[in-house]
Design a protein around this ligand. Structure first.
Ligand code: SF4
Length: 341
């Protein structure tokens, strides 16, 4: 089966009544103008495959703003432009992102009618205090009730969270709290976006006044590693980890844990933890760790960081490829001995 692909269409800041502390959607999306229905049709014509078999891998994704809070007529026009491509099988469905307080039965009826299959909620945090001081304008109760309704209607539910938001210093604990509450809700997918400070946002002014300290890249990696393990244990699919590199974002970034390969760093950190755990009960010395070749760079770490850390702990490790190993499996061999550990 072909890999899942999104045809992403950004609807920047359209209809959003809020100004969340971290948000400048226009810069994140790199798009200034809202897309017209004609533009949606043109984009779908151009990028969606012509046959239904290939179309089954595609979703048309309206991202960026609060899709279900935009002007109703405009929302309908966008859906009407996209829906024919779902009906003819050129896409398997439509995915939208929105605010938790912009979901009702009436809205879900409309989305169902126009081929929407997945709804993502920008929950961001499951602490009311954090939501309040970041000017989110919705509550944790809104996340619970919107999620319940979305699941009741049979849509795929996605939840987004932002570790490192302003409002609490114990970043790790409150990220874990939020993840635990997500797990209670049982979404199909999650996105994890460590909080970044963008120009002309409330977070920027708090940061300039010394009232907010963002996560470092290393802290974000450690927190995300814990979250990834929690969601993996529950079979909740993580569809995004960190914002993707784009010029709009890099131009407006003031501070925060931005790294173009955040996901890779997190997975590499998880591998380091596993290697450390396995090696801890063994004598210091020289070891070979075998992994599938696709995991080689994660096992080694960026700029060989995992190798360096393990050496500091007394283990001189060489990473070798062994494609008989699958997934994240690995074997450890003590140099000079034949036996696998
Ligand atoms: S609700 Fe969404 S689009 Fe509106 S300001 Fe907040 S993050 Fe940005």
């Amino acid at each position: 089966m072909e890999k899942h692909k999104n045809l992403s269409i950004f609807v920047p800041h359209e209809g959003c009544p809020n100004q969340c502390s971290f948000c400048d959607q226009k810069k994140i999306s790199g798009t200034q103008n809202p897309p017209s229905p004609d533009y949606v049709t043109q984009l779908c014509e151009e990028f969606l495959p012509n046959d239904a078999e290939k179309g089954a891998s595609y979703e048309i994704a309206f991202f960026g703003g609060s899709f279900t809070a935009i002007n109703r007529q405009y929302m309908l026009e966008l859906l009407q432009a996209a829906y024919p491509f779902v009906k003819t099988g050129r896409a398997r469905g439509i995915r939208v992102s929105t605010r938790p307080d912009a979901i009702s039965r009436e809205i879900l009826d409309i989305l169902k009618r126009y081929g929407v299959t997945a709804i993502e909620l920008g929950a961001q945090s499951m602490q009311d205090h954090v939501l309040k001081v970041n000017m989110r304008g919705h509550t944790v109760a809104d996340v619970y009730s919107a999620s319940r309704l979305i699941k009741e209607y049979g849509f795929s539910l996605g939840l987004q969270m932002m570790p490192g938001l302003y409002g609490r210093d114990d970043y790790m604990q409150y990220a874990v709290d939020t993840a635990e509450k997500f797990i209670e809700i049982k979404p199909d997918t999650v996105r994890i976006y460590p909080t970044l400070i963008l120009k002309d946002t409330l977070l920027e002014s708090l940061y300039q006044k010394g009232m907010y300290t963002p996560l470092t890249v290393q802290q974000a990696v450690e927190i995300c590693a814990v979250l990834v393990k929690m969601f993996n244990r529950e079979n909740i699919k993580i569809i995004k980890l960190g914002l993707h590199a784009d010029t709009g974002l890099e131009d407006s970034l003031v501070a925060g844990p931005y790294h173009p390969a955040m996901k890779e760093l997190v997975h590499s950190h998880i591998m380091l933890e596993k290697f450390t755990q396995s090696l801890e009960c063994m004598p210091h010395g020289d070891y070979v760790i075998c992994v599938n070749s696709r995991k080689h760079s994660q096992a080694t770490g960026q700029k060989k960081s995992n190798i360096v850390v393990l050496a500091q702990r007394g283990y001189n490790v060489t990473i070798k490829d062994d494609n008989s190993l699958t997934g994240d499996n690995y074997t450890i061999i003590k140099e000079g001995e034949k036996q696998c550990i």
